[in-house]
Design a protein around this ligand. Structure first.
Ligand SMILES: NC(=O)c1ccc[n+]([C@@H]2O[C@H](COP(=O)([O-])OP(=O)(O)OC[C@H]3O[C@@H](n4cnc5c(N)ncnc54)[C@H](OP(=O)(O)O)[C@@H]3O)[C@@H](O)[C@H]2O)c1
Length: 256
């Protein structure tokens, strides 16, 4: 075998990261760039994307920023055109765009339901299909969908979110099966609570204590905790892994 560590390198690969303007997506875009990938970052907020693009470019990687709303399929097609025009290909797709409402199921509103599904499920599926189409053309690719521990374990206030994430893990398996013949590996990454701007309120005070009490390793995650697993799933090192949900959860699921 050649140098086993070289299998983890991403030099020459082009990665597309959705939900990259903040939080987990931002951290993973930087991690993929550090492992050698050229990176296209996408979300809706242009200024935040441009700042990240410049940060990645400073490391010597090629970087592109393309503002899209993943709930609109036409926008995802525009992202694909951007990727083709600027980079010519896509080898890796990380689907990190999300929108979360935490509230009792009795109180969930139709517009909240629609937005969660439109971003976290419809947007994720069509990103897989449209950016995955570029991988299909080359017979090789790696898709990494952000699932969650709540795909497998229940927490009050997250009925719809957990349902979506269970759906993301299920969809991941289904696409892995359908697209194996095209050389596309489809896996999911399932973190426990990660300290990101959108979770600031949830991860404070008594709520933070309750959550940490369910994590055997005794703390919530930060985006950097997910970088190693993402590089693994994005790289040649995981070429025989598909349809898998990898929990990076400090032991949450094992303890549930
Ligand atoms: N944080 C956690 O505790 C945790 C745990 C497990 C799994 N996850 C999952 O990990 C992913 C990232 O989570 P996160 O906490 O970093 O933040 P998040 O609030 O779930 O997602 C925020 C990102 O999604 C983008 N986004 C939202 N709506 C969008 C839309 N319509 N079109 C395009 N982009 C959109 C946001 O950028 P713009 O506002 O610029 O569009 C931002 O970059 C999500 O799938 C989440 O469910 C998070």
């Amino acid at each position: 075998m050649n140098d086993p560590l070289a299998q983890f390198g991403l030099k020459g690969r082009v990665a597309v990261v959705t939900g990259a303007s903040e939080g987990i997506g931002r951290g993973l875009a930087l991690g993929l760039a550090a492992a050698g990938a050229d990176v296209v970052v996408t979300a809706r907020r242009e200024a935040a994307l441009e700042e990240l693009r410049a940060e990645i470019a400073q490391t010597g990687r090629r970087a592109g920023a393309c503002a899209v709303d993943v709930s609109r399929v036409g926008d995802i097609r525009r992202l694909k055109d951007f990727v083709v025009e600027r980079f010519g290909r896509a080898d890796i797709l990380v689907n990190a765009a999300g929108f979360t409402v935490t509230k009792p199921a009795w109180d969930m509103q139709e517009d909240e339901w629609d937005r969660m599904l439109d971003v976290g499920f419809k947007g994720l599926f069509f990103s897989c299909q449209i950016i995955g189409g570029l991988m299909r053309a080359r017979g090789y690719g790696k898709i990494i969908n952000l699932s969650s521990t709540f795909s497998r374990s229940i927490i009050k206030g997250r009925a719809v979110y957990g349902g979506i994430k269970a759906g993301v893990s299920h969809l991941t398996e289904a696409l892995a099966l359908e697209w194996a013949a095209d050389g596309i590996r489809v896996n999911a990454l399932a973190p426990t609570a990660v300290a990101t701007p959108s979770r600031a309120e949830l991860l404070s005070g008594a709520s933070l204590e309750r959550i940490v009490s369910r994590i055997p390793l005794g703390r919530v995650a930060v985006p950097d905790d997910l970088v190693g697993a993402t590089i693994y799933l994005a790289s040649q090192a995981s070429d025989f892994v598909t349809g898998h949900t990898l929990f990076v959860d400090g032991g949450w699921v094992a303890g549930s």
